[in-house]
Design a protein around this ligand. Structure first.
Ligand code: ADP
Length: 474
């Protein structure tokens, strides 16, 4: 099979969140003897780890409004049958960040990713690849299925929704800029409350739709979680599945992780403690004998940071320690900095994006907090399970599918969960965690349960492969 993954980010080249981890890993796991894999992404100014000897496949010119916007298709076969394809267009992608600045999204994101969508199809044509399946990811790629249908190309598409909250909705002026026929601007097509929705285009025109956990696949068909797309998702429910993401255990493994202070495994889990001590030293706070609650993630409403701030306001009066690494909405960053000022010995708020510190926090913390309002899959809890760091999560989306609440009667479970989205219930969950921590034997048992969970990619990749085969037969 010839499979193209199209994404706006992928590790190790560019990352702002979980999509990058997923796309980068799929690039590796789809690559087998039977499959030829292509990864299409923009050539950002900030792109990392790309080979120096990129091949120029050809120049392109795409009509945006009345202008011909030139660009280049660059490629590199990284291994036999595994090729990276980059769309180079410096006006659109030669910027300091992927999607926007602190002030907000780049105002021309519709144009940037509209160009990207058209350029990917040009690249396939120029390179003469007989792609069987395009695996498209999120709104940035949502116009591709429409262009494929419109041009009657013989390529099947799977559109994966990593987060329904990001829809790529833009004023209808983009139709003319991208030369999209006005016949598509209807509520049952790509119109979404007088805007053009790139995400809706992906939902309506792809051959199959997936999202990143079975629970989220159900949730997004409800009013509460559907963000206005529940109607159209229900209309396509026979072509919608939830496939749980995995994590790359070659990158996220406490036994081999070079970024943490001290390696450990299920047999040497006591060495995890050294990570905690060293983290305490590095960030100058005394963590000795106190439960350490960590968080690494985007500081966004979705992630439950508001109820976290509320809950911590009272919880920090107890003898606990908290370390938070993240960037995001200014108000939430400020709220965490304020808390740090109030409790300088107990809470560290690191407002930055920092891979190395992230690894250290996963390894050093006793608990990992994810009180999300909604969570399509979530990678943080999967990573922390692997590192024997018990996740405290709200029962939603992928968190519900991967974390089993500790049951004091059966003594089973791999973490702690709560259901109602409110600070009181989250606080209660954190207090339960503290109680578990104080019972050393029980804590160690749950830690073993957590570390033995298998959320590797193999299972998910097998599901995608079966789906692709079915799509090609239909
Ligand atoms: P998202 O909704 O942001 O995709 P996920 O839990 O699916 O959330 O994935 C987030 C990924 O990004 C994880 O690998 C997490 O460790 C990483 N991450 C998030 N924020 C930061 C940060 N500030 N520094 C380092 N890594 C981060």
């Amino acid at each position: 099979m010839k499979i193209g993954i199209v994404t706006s980010e992928a590790v190790p080249f560019a990352k702002s969140g979980g999509l990058a981890d997923v796309a980068g890993t799929l690039f590796n796991v789809y690559h087998t003897k039977e499959n030829e894999i292509y990864l299409f992404m923009p050539m950002y100014k900030t792109i990392k780890n790309i080979p120096s000897d990129l091949k120029t496949e050809g120049a392109i010119a795409i009509k945006i409004g009345s202008q011909e916007i030139e660009g280049q298709i660059l490629s590199k076969e990284i291994e036999k049958g595994k090729t990276l394809v980059l769309i180079k267009q410096d006006h659109y992608f030669g910027r300091d960040s992927l999607y926007g600045t602190k002030q907000g999204d780049y105002p021309d994101n519709a144009e940037r990713f509209g160009y990207f969508a058209l350029a990917v199809l040009k690249a396939i044509d120029i390179m003469g690849i007989n792609i069987d399946i395009l695996h498209l990811n999120d709104w940035q790629t949502g116009l591709i299925p429409l262009f494929i249908k419109d041009k009657r190309l013989n390529i099947k598409t799977l559109f994966t929704i990593h987060n329904l909250g990001y829809q790529g909705n833009f004023p209808p002026g983009i139709l003319d800029l991208l030369h999209i026929d006005r016949k598509y601007f209807r509520p049952e097509k790509i119109e979404f409350y007088n805007n053009v929705s790139f995400l809706k285009s992906g939902i309506v025109y792809s051959d199959f739709i997936s999202t990143v956990s079975p629970t989220y696949a159900k949730e997004i068909r409800t009013k509460e979680y559907g963000v206005g797309m529940d109607g159209i998702l229900n209309a396509r429910k026979n072509c919608l599945i939830g496939v749980l993401n995995g994590i790359d255990y070659s990158m996220w493994n406490p036994e081999t992780d070079k970024l943490i202070y001290k390696n450990y495994s299920t047999n040497t889990v006591k060495d995890k403690e050294e990570n905690k001590v060293k983290l305490g030293e590095e960030f100058s706070f005394d963590v000795n004998g106190k439960p350490l609650y960590g968080l690494v993630g985007r500081l966004a409403g979705q992630k439950g940071i508001d109820i976290l701030v509320d809950a911590l306001n009272s919880f920090l009066n107890e003898d606990i320690r908290v370390i938070i690494l993240g960037t995001g909405e200014k108000a939430l960053e400020d709220a965490l900095i304020d808390l740090q000022k109030q409790y300088p010995d107990k809470l560290k708020a690191l407002i930055k994006f920092d891979e190395v510190t992230a690894h250290k926090i996963y390894a050093a913390s006793d608990f990992f907090m994810m009180p999300s309002q909604y969570e399509p899959c979530g990678l943080g809890q999967l990573i922390s399970l692997r590192y024997g760091t018990l996740p405290i999560v709200r029962e939603t989306g992928g968190l519900k599918d991967t974390v089993d609440d500790y049951n004091e009667y059966t003594r089973c479970g791999n973490g702690i969960s709560f259901s109602e989205y409110c600070s009181d219930d989250f606080l209660e969950a954190m207090q339960r965690a503290k109680k578990i921590y104080s019972d050393g034997k029980l804590y160690k048992q749950l830690q073993q349960n957590a570390m033995q969970c298998d959320f590797s990619w193999k299972r998910s990749a097998d599901i995608y492969m079966k789906l692709f085969k079915r799509m090609l037969q239909s």
